[in-house]
Design a protein around this ligand. Sequence first.
Ligand SMILES: Cc1ncc(COP(=O)(O)O)c(C=O)c1O
Length: 477
Amino acid sequence: MGESLLELLQKSCPITLPMHMPGHKRNLRLAPYLNALAAQLDITEIKGFDHLHAASGILQEAMDSAAEVFGARNTFFLVNGSTVGILSAIRAVTAPGDSIIMARNCHKSVYNALALNNLRPYFIYPQTNLRYQIAASISLESVQNAIAQHQDARVLVITCPTYEGVISDLPAIVSHAHRHGLTVIVDEAHGSHLGFTPYFPKSAIAAGADIVIHSLHKTLPSLTQTALAHVRTPALASEMQRQLAVFETTSPSFLLLASIDGCVRLLRERGEELFANWEQAMEAFHQKALGLHHLRVLGYGRERGLALENVHGLEPSKVFVSTINTNISGYELAELLRNDHSTEPEMITPQGVLCMTGMGDTVETMEQLGDSLLAIDRRLRPASAVKIPLMAPQVQSKVPIATAERAPFISLPIEDSEGYVMAETIVVYPPGIPVVVPGELMNLQAIRYLLAAREAHNTILRSRSDIDGQVAVLRDA
Ligand SMILES: Cc1ncc(COP(=O)(O)O)c(C=O)c1O
């Protein structure tokens, strides 16, 4: 037998600078409750410990306290990540067969909710930013158009912020959707730290969204899988509670629940000071980033204050380092960070690397990241030719998802699939956004994107085909 998971964790965890989730960054001085969580405390619901799905005691008090801290009407603790919050939220506000308007760059859990509830999606594509070759904001105009064209839709789902930290004009989007009677769900998985200080943008809760989902673990000091769902009305809270009882485990880990409670208490008791420290750490990084000549960092260094095409705003906890202007790719930058600087990034794309910061970061960790980037930058040259943009593709839908995902299929090599209608969802992880979904027409842009992801050894998840390098397309389309 090979080494155990525990041995691997003990060996590999401490040696790298973690520029990825979880947000506590293994900073145990910041969050002593995390150090204390161990098997001797690992219980689920036993007498005296309340019931997550019918809370009335200590768990209800803790969730009420979280609602107060986050400014929500009701808050639910989640132990299956944002994923369970998203599945439950969508089920809570739709009936089978309903239509919903959703951003095409939503996480795969939103697509799974479509399939589970037999929903008909109308997609809004985010705008694009060519300087960084990333998905930009969802425009108010695109939401207005979608609502005008699809009057049968009663629900809007969008992701804000994106993985790279791009935000959309949520106050305007939410109030327009509300004026037209839509319920708004915001997947704010990457933004549970928003709204506590002016340094970070306001949260979707403040924008009036009806249901907001937070992965606490992504940026705040809490164990992996811990998340929150916030709802705006008592009626929504009752429905959300019913759906969480369907999708979430009946054996919630009290280690995870204690971590959520600890995190909320930390925010309540020391939030101001800790957010000020985080801001200081990011500003220390900014000072370093000013010295970069070839690498560009979204929102930092010389890029700060630049008017960015199609970007409504940025939230500053994300450090997206672009290699577009250089002689290396995002994959090569990640290798240099890993091998020469013991730094593990969160996400790697052909055109850059996402380093994710969290409340557990400090001036020291952010200066270390800045110094590493400066050392790499000194060895780079400008790109010798303009790099061909490689962005998430726009594809056309031909057949409803619900029909295509169950229809007979054949498998084809990715390279030969142009013009075929997809019979499966293909997701590149991270960021976990489907590149194509069932019923969509495979095009060259999507093929190029998938081949680049494969070359970079990114994880490619397919929902139906099981032959390496092949994809499932409709047999009869
Ligand atoms: C935008 C977005 N939403 C939801 C999720 C799911 O979150 P979790 O892993 O906490 O279930 C992710 C995970 O990467 C995500 O990126």
